[in-house]
Design a protein around this ligand. Structure first.
Ligand SMILES: Cc1cc2nc3c(=O)[nH]c(=O)nc-3n(C[C@H](O)[C@H](O)[C@H](O)COP(=O)(O)O)c2cc1C
Ligand code: SF4
Length: 514
């Protein structure tokens, strides 16, 4: 008999030894003359259990983790290949509470399938959305995306259907679909995990976008720090071409769509859509003035649908199951699900895809298990380096775009970085400004100069040099950066600075709450 064993090829699993575990399983099987087929899947997103080995048994895929290569002989002795119990045994993956309680729409296949098997993709519902889209008029596809309530998952939460309608309605001889896979936010990894675990869903989403807006060419702008994702994406594109999913006649639809991966230039601001376009055109990644918006004049001056990986990967399920199915998840004006990424000082880091409306407290404690150090979680930065620090008394705020804005915070790309009570929030505020100074593209003064002056002001404040004066200058500076910066790098750096000042003044030597 053939035993089937899954060992993730995801970068996070590889970083903790998944390759060595796969090799140890192969050599142990050979030594015991057992027929074992190893499938390198994506990660299920339960990162604290990586490397998570799954064994196919009549009662489902049984999980073992975190597995060390040296433990493989003992696991074989214990009957791992039959799903027997062991210290590292967690039962069927789907029954692990962290996983079982999620609403996996976009991540439905991530970790389940072999990322480079189109058959596996089809067997698990892939290509149904594209088939439906191929029989629809472009305006009807746009309408479905609009009706689903999907908003951009890259950070700005702009309605995807409205962006696509603008591209569709702008006449041009050539249009483009560009996928923003720069994923520069600290503590975020959902884009990477989709690309490494289910690349066909992104490809399918981009083709549907092409059909919707009338674009025949797409680019994935991938950060250079993601070599594993590049390898999987390029492999998947080759397979999709060979299968007629890409090319001059996509799945016999008579419509064309070609796709290429381009490696990014290694700068945070290259994730900003107009700097990204400059970089994709081979220039230095500097922000463009807007208008015109990229939807009207984007890549090489042509109308461009530019979306984040998770936005595009959410399209196939909308076209498959219908707009209403997707819209029914969520809260307020935040429809659907978001793959929250638990990172920082957290016991159970990983991906938690849930409908909007879940609270930070639920994510941090019911899923995350509290801090990794066991100390109280004091603050959480939500939405990347430009996101506010959320204090404990706001942990019950539902994660929806508007509810967070009302608290002076953002949901952004769903990155959640936890800090325990040893964190120094003045240092964090200083770091936010320092980060902005380092990453600024330099095009506008409030960001280029303001960030550097901001670091100096915080240093004077912390040195006790006329604190009230420094505070006034810092607040003034934040206001200028917020209102006068050309893009959100300068415009949103005040979020972490102000939230640290407001909620943790004691760390700045200003008295008030601890
Ligand atoms: C400094 C900066 C960095 C950004 N980095 C990213 C990024 O890495 N990935 C991303 O999808 N969006 C990023 N964005 C947002 C993009 O400009 C843009 O809003 C987004 O890609 C649009 O796609 P969406 O509508 O699907 O979210 C960034 C914005 C700014 C201002
Ligand atoms: S805010 Fe900063 S990154 Fe954005 S355009 Fe101005 S200088 Fe460049």
């Amino acid at each position: 008999m053939t035993y089937v064993v899954y060992v993730p090829r995801d970068a996070s699993a590889r970083s903790v030894g998944a390759d060595e575990v796969a090799a140890a399983i192969a050599s142990e099987a050979a030594a015991r003359k057992l027929d074992v087929k190893i499938v390198r899947n994506g990660s299920r997103g339960l990162l604290w259990l990586e490397p998570l080995v799954e064994v196919v048994t009549p009662s489902g895929r049984i999980a073992y983790g975190p597995v060390e290569p040296t433990e493989i002989p003992a696991l074989f002795d214990a009957g791992m290949l039959e799903g027997a119990s062991h210290r590292l045994h967690h039962g069927p993956v789907e029954s692990i509470p962290y996983f079982a309680k999620q609403a996996r729409l976009t991540f439905a296949r991530v970790g389940l399938v072999d990322p480079l098997s189109l058959d596996d993709y089809r067997a698990h519902g892939g290509l149904r959305g594209l088939r439906n889209a191929a029989s629809m008029q472009p305006a009807d596809i746009v309408q479905a995306v609009l009706a689903s309530g999907l908003r951009g998952r890259g950070g700005a939460a702009f309605p995807t259907g409205i962006k696509w309608r603008t591209v569709l309605d702008t006449p041009a001889d050539q249009k483009y679909v560009v996928c923003n896979a720069d994923e520069g936010d600290s503590g975020t990894f959902s884009d990477r995990m989709v690309m490494e675990g289910d690349p066909f869903v992104l490809i399918e989403g981009m083709i549907i976008a092409g059909f919707a807006v009338g674009a025949t060419r797409g680019y994935i702008y991938l950060r250079s720090e993601y070599p594993d994702a590049a390898q999987v994406l390029n492999g998947a594109i080759e397979l999709a071409l060979a299968a007629g999913m890409l090319g001059s006649n996509v799945m016999g639809s008579g419509r064309a769509f070609d796709l290429e991966v381009r490696i990014g230039a290694g700068s945070y601001v290259c994730g900003e859509e107009t700097a990204l376009l400059e970089s994709l055109e081979g220039k230095r990644g500097v922000v463009r003035y807007r208008p015109p918006m990229p939807a009207v004049s984007g890549l090489f001056g042509k109308p461009t649908a530019l979306n984040n990986v998770v936005t595009l990967a959410s399209i196939p399920i909308i076209l498959d199951k219908g707009a209403q199915h997707y819209r029914d998840f969520g809260a307020g004006r935040s429809h659907g699900t978001l793959a929250f990424q638990l990172a920082g000082n957290i016991k159970h880091g990983g991906i938690v895809e849930l409908a909007f409306g879940v609270t930070l407290r639920e994510l941090l404690y019911d899923y995350g298990g509290g801090s990794a150090t066991g100390r109280p979680i004091r603050a959480v930065q939500v939405g990347g380096p430009l996101g506010a620090f959320v204090p404990e008394h706001h942990f019950d705020t539902p994660l929806d775009y508007e509810a967070f804005i009302a608290k002076g915070a953002i949901v952004g790309h769903g990155g959640i970085v936890a800090f325990d009570d040893t964190v120094d929030m003045a240092k964090m505020a200083r770091y936010a400004l320092e980060f902005c100074a380092i990453e600024s593209c330099g095009k506008c003064t409030p960001c280029r100069i303001g960030s550097t002056r901001g670091v100096e002001v915080i240093d004077r404040l912390l040195a006790g040099d006329r604190p009230q004066l420094q505070l006034t200058v810092l607040r003034d500076l934040c206001e200028t950066m917020e209102h006068a910066s050309l893009c959100a790098l300068g415009g949103m750096t005040p979020y972490p600075v102000r939230s640290a000042l407001e909620h943790f003044p004691g760390d700045f030597g200003l008295g008030g709450p601890p």
